[in-house]
Design a protein around this ligand. Structure first.
Ligand SMILES: [Zn+2]
Ligand SMILES: [Zn+2]
Length: 309
């Protein structure tokens, strides 16, 4: 009896070799550029609709200001806002960092990266054997994380990208990779919804059609996860960098600032989240799920309400 009691105390205190969440060892983020809550609510999205029946979600995840792409993708993977990581516009480049950083990530070789630590770099540093992948429709996404820390990185196929159909190749490559390699962390970025927002306008039929296409891409990725055999150990987060208004984004209106944040997979507590969720909480949530320590300088917090404790 005494032995059993001791074991019961020891397990939660020290955890297993796999970390805080021994039930989860794969996280996929599907980031759809410019996909607003309104987009999901008004487009034909059968896959997201069925996910919502089992997911933890909010329509009010807060993007950071300005609501442009680089500051927001960066905050999502860096666990902090532009005041900390210094990425305030799409003009940012790693060698043009103007802010004195209070902490710094590391490249694959262990040398300082010259940029704020991301979930990609931290996972690599703390779990050198982790399998990490990034498939991004927008080329400039690459520069937002530490050099060399991912095992696989692919951009959109050029011809498809030129016609704003890069999502096709990205989805196919990401799905195939997940099925074969079962990465512990995979980021999938799709760009076409933002193009529709700029070209045709947010809230137009063309925009909703683009969200419908994103839903089809998400269905393909989920199919691949099911075929991989690790679905019951995989969490998927569906989110966006910003919403939009009229033909763009960048401002501080609710239409631009509120983004969907949908988490689905094992142990997920179904329902709308009552806690505040910021886009920079995404990195901290992934760190928690994959059992690594979030760097002290991150201000994001894991959204614990989303998963059974
Ligand atoms: Zn964007
Ligand atoms: Zn845009």
């Amino acid at each position: 009896m005494r032995i059993i009691l001791i074991s019961l105390f020891l397990i939660p205190l020290f955890g297993g070799a796999q970390g805080i969440r021994p039930d989860i060892d794969h996280v996929i983020v599907i980031g759809v550029d410019g996909m607003s809550p309104d987009g999901i609510q008004n487009a034909n999205t059968p896959t997201i609709d069925s996910i919502l029946k089992v997911a933890a979600f909010t329509w009010k995840c807060q993007a950071v200001l300005p609501t442009s792409s680089s500051p927001n993708w960066a905050s999502m993977i860096m666990g902090a806002g532009p005041d900390k990581h210094g990425i305030t516009s799409n003009a940012w480049q790693p060698h043009k960092q103007t802010l004195e950083l209070e902490c710094e990530g590391t490249k694959r070789n262990g040398k300082p990266s010259g940029m704020w630590p991301t979930i990609f770099g931290e996972l690599r540093r703390q779990k050198p054997d982790a399998k990490i992948a990034c498939f991004n429709d927008w080329l400039a996404f690459n520069r937002l994380f530490e050099k060399g820390v991912v095992d696989k990185q692919r951009d959109a196929i050029l011809l498809q990208a030129a016609s704003h159909h890069g999502y096709k190749g990205i989805t196919r490559m990401a799905s195939n990779y997940f099925k074969k390699k079962k990465p512990n962390f995979m980021f999938v970025h799709l760009d076409h919804v933002d193009h529709a927002g700029h070209h045709d306008g947010h809230g137009t039929q063309a925009y909703y059609d683009a969200v419908g296409v994103a839903d089809e891409m998400i269905a393909k990725i989920i199919e691949a996860v099911k075929a991989s055999g690790v679905a019951e150990r995989t969490i998927i987060i569906i989110t966006a960098d910003h919403g939009g208004k009229g033909h763009g984004h960048g401002g501080d209106s609710p239409e631009e600032v509120n983004v969907p944040w949908i988490l689905t997979g094992p142990s997920v507590v179904n329902g709308e989240l009552s806690v505040e969720v910021n886009t920079y909480d995404t990195a901290a949530t992934i760190a928690y799920l994959l059992g690594i320590k979030a760097p002290d300088c991150w201000i994001g917090k894991p959204i614990l309400q989303a998963v059974a404790q």
